[in-house]
Design a protein around this ligand. Structure first.
Ligand SMILES: [Zn+2]
Length: 299
């Protein structure tokens, strides 16, 4: 039996937890897309045949095909037919059927189908809409902030590939439990799926499971898909009291990061954010609009 670790499979851009979810039947198919040049690089370094055979030893088939001139789609599944079928549905843009094959909850598929055009047109990041839909307390299993998969429009994807080197370490850590866009940050079905993924991950690699949970349980401020900050602290409504800011792994500017680090409380308004130190405002940071800069408390 091949040993399972992120390193074995990273060249294919599948997270360890995604592979386990397929292996254990939590998801019929998992999918990823890579740029052609990245794929060729992977092939010359690792030899695709060897990676495919590692998957096969786990009882998982791999389906690889060009989506267009630049992108290659890779699907993995215990069923060869389903892996192929998912690709064919993708070529037809049949989001509902693909979502089902990828094991996404119905409510989240509906959410994606109903919102993606509008959000891409208006350039509103998906997490904002997920947050707006959240009634009550966010639950950490649903935290998808560090997973850009399926929530970026072409402009976002362009921005990501431009900064790929910067994000590659973070992306290779796969710090999330669910790979879809949740309909809310306490979606019941997403919580159930995330809990299932965490359970099998704990069994197979407890240290990694622990690393993920520690990260995704932190409160955060989300500006947009490439700008966010995670905190040590506690959030209440539109206020965040903190003892520390985690190292900045997003495109938030060094200047803004330093300003926030000087404080121990942030109050968020529609048009600005105030950074306070022991009750006194020390910085005011203007917000482009009310969507940019929301506090999400996943604790
Ligand atoms: Zn849902």
């Amino acid at each position: 039996m091949a040993s399972l670790s992120n390193e074995n499979f990273f060249p294919f851009y599948f997270s360890f937890q995604e592979i386990l979810a397929v292996k254990e039947g939590l998801k019929p198919v998992a999918r990823t897309m890579v740029k052609k040049e990245q794929f060729e690089q992977v092939n010359s370094t690792y030899n695709i045949k060897n990676i495919v055979s590692s998957f096969n030893k786990l009882g998982i088939s791999v389906f690889i095909k060009n989506k267009n001139a630049d992108d290659i789609v890779i699907n993995i599944s215990k069923s060869k037919e389903l892996a192929k079928c998912a690709f064919e549905l993708e070529q037809k843009n049949d989001f509902r059927k693909i979502g089902k094959l990828l094991g996404f909850p119905d409510c989240c598929i509906d959410f994606f189908v109903e919102n993606h055009k509008y959000l891409f047109e208006k350039k509103i990041p998906f997490p904002n809409q997920t947050f707006i839909n959240t009634r009550g307390k966010p639950i950490f299993y649903t935290n998808n902030i560090l997973n850009f998969e399926s929530r970026l429009d072409t402009e976002g994807e362009g921005k990501l590939s431009k900064n790929f080197h910067f994000f590659s370490k973070l992306l290779s850590e796969y710090l999330y439990l669910v790979s879809h866009v949740p309909c809310s940050y306490n979606c019941r079905k997403t919580v159930k799926l995330g809990r299932g993924v965490l359970k099998i991950l704990k069994k197979n690699n407890p240290a990694y499971a622990n690393k993920i949970v520690t990260t995704i349980k932190k409160p955060l401020i989300f500006f947009d898909d490439f700008n966010w900050l995670f905190f040590e602290g506690r959030a209440r409504n539109k206020q965040l009291e903190y003892t520390g800011v985690l190292p900045n792994r997003s495109l938030v500017s060094g200047q803004m990061f330093e300003k926030i680090k000087e404080g121990n409380k942030i109050e968020v308004f529609d048009d600005k954010m105030c950074v306070l130190r022991n009750g006194e405002i020390i910085h005011e940071i203007n917000k482009e609009n009310k969507y940019r800069g929301i506090i999400i408390d996943f604790q």
